[in-house]
Design a protein around this ligand. Structure first.
Ligand SMILES: [Zn+2]
Length: 312
Protein backbone atom coordinates (compact mmCIF):
# COMPACT_ATOMS: atom_id res chain seq x y z
CA UNK A 1 0.00 0.00 0.00
CA UNK A 2 1.40 3.39 -0.94
CA UNK A 3 0.22 6.93 -0.36
CA UNK A 4 1.92 9.95 -1.95
CA UNK A 5 1.46 13.57 -0.93
CA UNK A 6 3.26 16.65 -2.18
CA UNK A 7 4.41 19.15 0.49
CA UNK A 8 5.90 21.99 -1.57
CA UNK A 9 9.14 20.62 -3.01
CA UNK A 10 8.99 17.49 -0.85
CA UNK A 11 7.19 14.33 -1.90
CA UNK A 12 5.97 12.35 1.11
CA UNK A 13 5.76 8.66 0.18
CA UNK A 14 4.06 6.54 2.87
CA UNK A 15 4.44 2.79 2.60
CA UNK A 16 2.77 -0.08 4.45
CA UNK A 17 1.90 -3.72 4.08
CA UNK A 18 -1.87 -3.98 3.97
CA UNK A 19 -4.08 -6.52 5.65
CA UNK A 20 -7.71 -6.73 4.50
CA UNK A 21 -7.25 -3.40 2.74
CA UNK A 22 -5.90 -1.63 5.83
CA UNK A 23 -2.33 -0.46 6.44
CA UNK A 24 -0.51 -2.40 9.17
CA UNK A 25 2.09 0.27 9.95
CA UNK A 26 3.09 3.30 7.87
CA UNK A 27 6.74 4.10 7.17
CA UNK A 28 7.77 7.09 5.06
CA UNK A 29 10.33 7.74 2.38
CA UNK A 30 10.82 11.31 1.16
CA UNK A 31 11.84 12.57 -2.24
CA UNK A 32 13.20 16.07 -2.74
CA UNK A 33 15.00 17.42 -5.80
CA UNK A 34 16.37 14.04 -6.98
CA UNK A 35 17.27 12.85 -3.47
CA UNK A 36 15.41 9.91 -1.94
CA UNK A 37 15.56 9.76 1.86
CA UNK A 38 14.97 6.22 3.15
CA UNK A 39 13.79 3.26 1.12
CA UNK A 40 10.82 1.83 3.03
CA UNK A 41 10.38 -1.87 3.83
CA UNK A 42 11.10 -4.80 1.51
CA UNK A 43 7.40 -5.64 1.15
CA UNK A 44 6.60 -2.33 -0.62
CA UNK A 45 9.80 -2.02 -2.71
CA UNK A 46 8.01 -2.60 -6.03
CA UNK A 47 5.40 0.06 -5.33
CA UNK A 48 8.12 2.53 -4.32
CA UNK A 49 10.12 1.92 -7.51
CA UNK A 50 6.93 2.36 -9.53
CA UNK A 51 6.14 5.73 -7.93
CA UNK A 52 9.73 6.92 -8.38
CA UNK A 53 9.43 6.19 -12.10
CA UNK A 54 7.75 9.59 -12.44
CA UNK A 55 10.70 11.58 -11.01
CA UNK A 56 14.50 11.59 -11.33
CA UNK A 57 16.43 9.72 -8.64
CA UNK A 58 20.05 10.93 -8.43
CA UNK A 59 21.03 9.91 -4.90
CA UNK A 60 19.66 7.98 -1.94
CA UNK A 61 20.32 8.61 1.76
CA UNK A 62 19.31 6.41 4.69
CA UNK A 63 18.51 7.64 8.22
CA UNK A 64 19.17 4.28 9.94
CA UNK A 65 19.44 0.59 9.26
CA UNK A 66 16.07 -0.66 10.52
CA UNK A 67 14.28 -2.97 8.09
CA UNK A 68 11.43 -0.53 7.40
CA UNK A 69 13.97 2.04 6.14
CA UNK A 70 16.45 -0.13 4.20
CA UNK A 71 14.20 -2.93 2.88
CA UNK A 72 13.58 -1.21 -0.46
CA UNK A 73 17.30 -0.63 -1.15
CA UNK A 74 18.04 -3.91 -2.97
CA UNK A 75 15.42 -3.28 -5.65
CA UNK A 76 16.41 0.40 -5.90
CA UNK A 77 20.02 -0.67 -6.45
CA UNK A 78 18.86 -2.93 -9.31
CA UNK A 79 16.74 -0.19 -10.83
CA UNK A 80 19.35 2.57 -10.35
CA UNK A 81 22.74 0.78 -10.38
CA UNK A 82 24.75 4.02 -10.73
CA UNK A 83 22.94 6.08 -8.11
CA UNK A 84 25.03 6.56 -4.94
CA UNK A 85 23.49 5.36 -1.66
CA UNK A 86 24.69 7.04 1.54
CA UNK A 87 24.31 6.05 5.20
CA UNK A 88 26.09 6.54 8.50
CA UNK A 89 29.32 4.55 8.75
CA UNK A 90 27.70 2.72 11.69
CA UNK A 91 24.86 1.50 9.42
CA UNK A 92 26.99 0.07 6.60
CA UNK A 93 27.63 -3.39 8.10
CA UNK A 94 23.90 -3.96 8.72
CA UNK A 95 22.92 -2.82 5.22
CA UNK A 96 25.51 -5.21 3.79
CA UNK A 97 24.38 -8.02 6.09
CA UNK A 98 20.80 -7.45 7.31
CA UNK A 99 20.93 -10.77 9.23
CA UNK A 100 22.61 -8.63 11.90
CA UNK A 101 19.18 -7.14 12.62
CA UNK A 102 18.12 -10.53 14.04
CA UNK A 103 14.55 -9.85 13.01
CA UNK A 104 11.85 -11.30 15.19
CA UNK A 105 8.96 -13.00 13.40
CA UNK A 106 6.57 -10.04 13.77
CA UNK A 107 9.12 -7.76 12.05
CA UNK A 108 9.54 -10.17 9.14
CA UNK A 109 5.75 -10.35 8.79
CA UNK A 110 5.04 -6.61 8.98
CA UNK A 111 7.96 -5.30 6.91
CA UNK A 112 9.64 -8.24 5.20
CA UNK A 113 13.33 -9.17 5.27
CA UNK A 114 15.82 -6.82 3.56
CA UNK A 115 18.29 -8.32 1.08
CA UNK A 116 21.99 -7.44 1.42
CA UNK A 117 23.14 -4.35 -0.49
CA UNK A 118 26.83 -3.71 -1.18
CA UNK A 119 28.65 -0.56 -2.12
CA UNK A 120 26.76 1.82 0.16
CA UNK A 121 28.93 4.85 0.89
CA UNK A 122 29.58 6.38 4.27
CA UNK A 123 28.29 9.93 4.70
CA UNK A 124 31.83 10.73 5.89
CA UNK A 125 32.94 10.47 2.26
CA UNK A 126 30.84 13.49 1.33
CA UNK A 127 31.78 15.40 4.51
CA UNK A 128 28.26 15.00 5.96
CA UNK A 129 26.77 17.24 3.31
CA UNK A 130 24.30 16.18 0.61
CA UNK A 131 23.91 18.59 -2.27
CA UNK A 132 21.03 18.50 -4.72
CA UNK A 133 20.70 21.00 -7.61
CA UNK A 134 18.62 23.30 -5.36
CA UNK A 135 19.27 22.34 -1.76
CA UNK A 136 22.06 21.44 0.68
CA UNK A 137 21.31 19.03 3.51
CA UNK A 138 23.58 18.68 6.54
CA UNK A 139 23.92 15.35 8.30
CA UNK A 140 23.08 15.52 12.01
CA UNK A 141 23.94 12.57 14.24
CA UNK A 142 20.78 11.62 16.16
CA UNK A 143 21.42 8.28 17.90
CA UNK A 144 19.17 6.69 20.53
CA UNK A 145 16.41 5.00 18.53
CA UNK A 146 19.34 3.14 16.99
CA UNK A 147 23.06 3.73 17.33
CA UNK A 148 23.48 4.42 13.61
CA UNK A 149 20.71 7.03 13.32
CA UNK A 150 21.27 10.30 11.46
CA UNK A 151 18.92 13.10 10.39
CA UNK A 152 19.15 15.48 7.43
CA UNK A 153 18.73 19.23 7.91
CA UNK A 154 18.17 21.80 5.20
CA UNK A 155 19.19 25.09 6.90
CA UNK A 156 17.77 27.53 4.34
CA UNK A 157 14.20 26.26 4.65
CA UNK A 158 14.78 24.66 8.09
CA UNK A 159 13.49 21.27 7.04
CA UNK A 160 14.50 18.35 9.25
CA UNK A 161 14.20 14.80 7.92
CA UNK A 162 14.50 12.95 11.20
CA UNK A 163 13.59 9.31 10.53
CA UNK A 164 12.63 7.68 13.83
CA UNK A 165 14.62 10.11 16.01
CA UNK A 166 11.22 11.71 16.71
CA UNK A 167 8.22 9.42 17.19
CA UNK A 168 4.96 11.22 17.85
CA UNK A 169 2.41 10.38 20.51
CA UNK A 170 2.77 9.27 24.11
CA UNK A 171 5.43 6.63 24.73
CA UNK A 172 3.95 3.51 26.30
CA UNK A 173 6.32 0.76 25.16
CA UNK A 174 9.94 0.64 24.02
CA UNK A 175 12.30 -2.05 22.81
CA UNK A 176 15.33 -2.82 24.99
CA UNK A 177 17.58 -1.30 22.30
CA UNK A 178 16.20 2.25 22.75
CA UNK A 179 18.60 4.45 24.73
CA UNK A 180 16.80 7.25 26.57
CA UNK A 181 19.90 9.34 27.26
CA UNK A 182 20.77 9.45 23.56
CA UNK A 183 17.13 9.89 22.50
CA UNK A 184 16.72 12.94 24.76
CA UNK A 185 20.12 14.34 23.70
CA UNK A 186 19.21 13.90 20.03
CA UNK A 187 15.81 15.57 20.55
CA UNK A 188 17.62 18.52 22.15
CA UNK A 189 20.04 18.70 19.23
CA UNK A 190 17.10 18.68 16.83
CA UNK A 191 15.27 21.41 18.79
CA UNK A 192 18.44 23.54 18.81
CA UNK A 193 18.27 23.64 15.00
CA UNK A 194 14.89 25.39 15.28
CA UNK A 195 13.35 23.45 12.40
CA UNK A 196 10.24 24.77 10.70
CA UNK A 197 9.15 21.45 9.20
CA UNK A 198 9.76 18.01 10.63
CA UNK A 199 9.61 15.04 8.27
CA UNK A 200 9.59 11.94 10.51
CA UNK A 201 9.67 8.24 9.67
CA UNK A 202 5.92 7.94 10.14
CA UNK A 203 5.20 10.36 7.27
CA UNK A 204 3.13 12.55 9.61
CA UNK A 205 4.70 15.90 8.66
CA UNK A 206 4.90 18.30 11.61
CA UNK A 207 4.22 21.98 11.06
CA UNK A 208 5.02 22.98 14.67
CA UNK A 209 8.21 21.00 15.17
CA UNK A 210 9.72 23.03 17.98
CA UNK A 211 6.65 22.63 20.19
CA UNK A 212 6.46 18.94 19.29
CA UNK A 213 10.15 18.35 20.06
CA UNK A 214 10.05 20.21 23.38
CA UNK A 215 6.79 18.44 24.26
CA UNK A 216 8.44 15.06 23.65
CA UNK A 217 11.53 15.98 25.70
CA UNK A 218 9.29 17.18 28.53
CA UNK A 219 7.13 14.02 28.43
CA UNK A 220 10.15 11.72 28.60
CA UNK A 221 11.78 13.63 31.43
CA UNK A 222 8.53 13.77 33.35
CA UNK A 223 8.17 10.01 32.97
CA UNK A 224 11.78 9.52 34.14
CA UNK A 225 10.97 11.70 37.18
CA UNK A 226 7.90 9.62 37.97
CA UNK A 227 9.98 6.45 37.74
CA UNK A 228 12.63 8.04 39.99
CA UNK A 229 10.03 8.83 42.64
CA UNK A 230 8.39 5.43 42.49
CA UNK A 231 11.72 3.63 42.54
CA UNK A 232 12.85 5.60 45.56
CA UNK A 233 9.63 4.48 47.26
CA UNK A 234 10.63 0.87 46.66
CA UNK A 235 8.29 -0.11 43.84
CA UNK A 236 9.33 -2.86 41.43
CA UNK A 237 9.39 -2.44 37.64
CA UNK A 238 6.26 -4.57 37.39
CA UNK A 239 4.45 -2.37 39.93
CA UNK A 240 5.59 0.77 38.13
CA UNK A 241 4.21 -0.59 34.83
CA UNK A 242 0.84 -1.15 36.52
CA UNK A 243 0.80 2.30 38.14
CA UNK A 244 2.10 4.35 35.21
CA UNK A 245 0.56 2.47 32.26
CA UNK A 246 -2.15 0.26 33.80
CA UNK A 247 -0.23 -2.77 32.62
CA UNK A 248 1.39 -3.73 29.36
CA UNK A 249 -0.20 -2.27 26.18
CA UNK A 250 -1.41 -4.38 23.25
CA UNK A 251 1.82 -3.89 21.28
CA UNK A 252 3.53 -5.98 23.98
CA UNK A 253 1.51 -9.01 22.93
CA UNK A 254 1.79 -8.81 19.16
CA UNK A 255 5.53 -8.10 19.29
CA UNK A 256 5.96 -11.00 21.76
CA UNK A 257 7.35 -8.65 24.38
CA UNK A 258 9.92 -6.89 22.16
CA UNK A 259 8.06 -3.62 22.75
CA UNK A 260 7.07 -3.32 26.39
CA UNK A 261 6.26 -0.78 29.08
CA UNK A 262 8.75 -2.60 31.30
CA UNK A 263 11.57 -1.81 28.83
CA UNK A 264 10.49 1.85 28.91
CA UNK A 265 10.58 1.89 32.72
CA UNK A 266 14.01 0.23 32.60
CA UNK A 267 15.18 2.88 30.11
CA UNK A 268 14.02 5.57 32.57
CA UNK A 269 15.93 3.85 35.39
CA UNK A 270 19.13 3.75 33.32
CA UNK A 271 18.62 7.40 32.36
CA UNK A 272 18.04 8.40 36.00
CA UNK A 273 21.14 6.54 37.15
CA UNK A 274 23.12 8.62 34.63
CA UNK A 275 21.64 12.06 35.15
CA UNK A 276 20.46 12.02 38.78
CA UNK A 277 22.56 9.43 40.62
CA UNK A 278 22.71 11.66 43.71
CA UNK A 279 18.92 11.97 43.86
CA UNK A 280 18.50 8.21 43.73
CA UNK A 281 20.82 7.72 46.68
CA UNK A 282 19.42 10.57 48.75
CA UNK A 283 15.75 9.64 48.39
CA UNK A 284 15.15 7.25 51.26
CA UNK A 285 12.53 4.56 50.58
CA UNK A 286 9.24 5.70 51.99
CA UNK A 287 6.27 3.90 53.42
CA UNK A 288 4.62 2.00 50.59
CA UNK A 289 1.20 3.20 51.74
CA UNK A 290 2.06 6.51 50.16
CA UNK A 291 1.94 5.02 46.65
CA UNK A 292 -1.15 6.90 45.37
CA UNK A 293 0.16 10.21 46.67
CA UNK A 294 3.55 9.55 45.11
CA UNK A 295 2.03 9.12 41.70
CA UNK A 296 -0.45 11.98 41.96
CA UNK A 297 2.40 14.17 43.13
CA UNK A 298 4.74 13.39 40.31
CA UNK A 299 2.04 13.54 37.63
CA UNK A 300 0.83 16.94 38.69
CA UNK A 301 4.19 18.63 38.22
CA UNK A 302 6.19 19.35 35.16
CA UNK A 303 9.45 19.59 37.04
CA UNK A 304 12.42 18.59 35.06
CA UNK A 305 15.75 17.18 36.13
CA UNK A 306 17.25 19.71 33.77
CA UNK A 307 16.31 23.37 34.26
CA UNK A 308 16.90 23.90 30.54
CA UNK A 309 13.83 21.85 29.68
CA UNK A 310 10.39 23.29 29.35
CA UNK A 311 7.04 22.10 28.09
CA UNK A 312 4.21 23.51 26.05
ZN1 LIG B 1 13.58 2.62 13.22
Amino acid sequence: MIDVEQHGSVKVIRLARSLLGRPLYWTAAYWVDGLLIDAGPACTARELVQVLGQVPVQQIAITHSHEDHIGGLALLRQRYPDVPIYASRHALSTIEDPARLKLQRYRRLVWGTPSPVRGVQSLDEIADEIRTPEFTLRVIETPGHSRDHVSFFEPRFRWLFCGDAFIGGRDIAWTPEFDMFSIVSSLRTMASLRPERLYPGSGHVRRTPLADLHGKIGDLIQLANEVLKLESSGYSVHEMVEMLFRGEPRIHWWTFGHFSAAHLVEACRTYNALVTPGDLASLAPRDRRGRTDDLADSSSTNRSTDPGDWRR
